[in-house]
Design a protein around this ligand. Structure first.
Ligand SMILES: N[C@@H](CCC(=O)N[C@@H](CS)C(=O)NCC(=O)O)C(=O)O
Length: 88
């Protein structure tokens, strides 16, 4: 962990998920909530938000491009495996 923000994990089990799902913006997890504010979803957008908030996002557009590219490739490559872990 490079940033210095405090955070709390709130794992959701399948029993709680049915009630929570309709309250989330798109009916999916993960969701980030900052100080009780609006729920923010979409993994890569949330990661980008945290990086910007914590001063870890690239200052140059060229560096930002490469960071975005690497995270997109990793996410799209790993996502089917992550999904299989959860549902299979
Ligand atoms: N595009 C979303 C996809 C999120 C997603 O598909 N989450 C799955 C878990 S891997 C989920 O919440 N599934 C529960 C459901 O659809 O009820 C993201 O990048 O965060």
């Amino acid at each position: 962990m490079y940033g210095k923000c405090d955070w709390k994990d709130n794992p959701i089990n399948f029993q709680n998920w049915d009630a929570l799902k309709p309250k989330t913006p798109s009916g999916v997890l993960p969701v980030l909530q900052v100080n009780g504010g609006a729920m923010m979803d979409q993994t890569l957008c949330v990661l980008r938000f945290i990086c910007m908030k914590e001063g870890m996002y690239s200052k140059s557009s060229k560096d930002a491009y490469w960071e975005e590219k690497v995270s997109s490739v990793i996410y799209t490559t790993m996502y089917p495996d992550l999904k299989a872990l959860v549902y299979d």
